[in-house]
Design a protein. Structure first.
Length: 295
């Protein structure tokens, strides 16, 4: 038993106890799990998961402009990413409203334009290493300022969700009813988009533009197989997000693999396990029917 505890300590506790960069990465993943994962739940309930992915790429030109003028500056890239994300969200909405294109088509168009422009801008000044940093993130290289940004984003997100919780839930269930009985509909919709952009920019610093939405969508999707109540969905999604992030950090540390993709892969495995074994997953939803027919 002692040997087992020693082994677990060496595999799980020692990396975080020994290295400051692992502790900062853990703190950043904790902040993202309690902010980005709940945002992913509302994305899923609003059937906007692919919208989140498109907007994650939409922040790239702004972050790239910040990089072009100030290098890997946290403030410049954050400000540029927020502005670019909001511009993409507003522009796609205006195009969908005033042209024959639907919102998903306009978002797809802006997503492709933003991704290509962002990659081009980074390539103008940076190296392949910088491009990989922007696209895939460097969660193990988070400094104190980045962790503070992620923590501030999580705090702002929780406060925003607390204020907008009821109208957001109503909008997920019956947006027409909310528009008919309350003036909160546009506030909830645009407030949610602002929080989404802020979280995507925060996740961008840790996981890069290609992986940022993974910590939103995958925990929310996995939580769907464990809970039906929205409050429980939010809690389960945050737990799965943090668990997958910790597993990804440890696996990448011991196997010397790129951390961002490994974290997203661990979250994907959690989603597949939840799909199979959760209370509302494939096995439990079909097994009682089979047993009943055999009886």
């Amino acid at each position: 038993m002692t040997d087992w505890f020693d082994l677990m300590g060496a595999l799980v506790w020692e990396p975080f106890a020994t290295f400051g960069f692992m502790r900062r990465a853990l703190a950043g993943c904790l902040a993202l799990s309690i902010s980005a994962a709940p945002m992913g739940v509302f994305l899923m309930l609003r059937r906007m998961s692919l919208t989140g992915d498109a907007m994650a790429h939409g922040i790239l030109p702004g972050a790239a402009l910040g990089y072009l003028f100030a290098g890997l500056s946290l403030g410049a890239m954050t400000l540029g990413g927020i502005v670019a994300g909001l511009v993409v969200a507003v522009a796609s909405g205006l195009v969908a409203r005033h042209t024959i294109l639907r919102e998903d088509a306009s978002l797809a168009a802006f997503y492709l334009l933003s991704l290509s422009v962002g990659v081009l801008l980074v390539s103008l000044k940076g190296s392949n290493v910088d491009l990989m940093h922007v696209l895939f993130g460097t969660v193990l290289a988070l400094n104190d300022d980045a962790v503070l940004l992620l923590g501030s984003t999580a705090t702002l997100t929780l406060l925003g969700l607390a204020v907008l919780y009821r109208p957001l839930v109503l909008e997920c269930l019956d947006p027409g009813f909310l528009r008919a009985v309350s003036r909160w509909s546009p506030v909830a919709h645009h407030g949610f988009l602002v929080l989404l952009v802020i979280n995507l920019v925060a996740a961008f610093h840790a996981l890069g533009t290609l992986m940022a939405v993974g910590l939103m969508v995958l925990p929310a999707t996995a939580a769907r197989f464990w809970a039906r109540d929205i409050t429980r969905l939010l809690l389960v999604a945050s737990f799965i997000g943090l668990s997958g992030a910790i597993a990804g950090l440890l696996l990448s540390y011991h196997a010397d693999l790129p951390t961002g993709p490994v974290i997203v892969l661990c979250l994907g495995v959690a989603m597949l396990i939840s799909m199979a074994t959760g209370p509302f997953g494939l096995i439990r939803s079909h097994w009682p029917n089979r047993s009943h027919r055999q009886a």
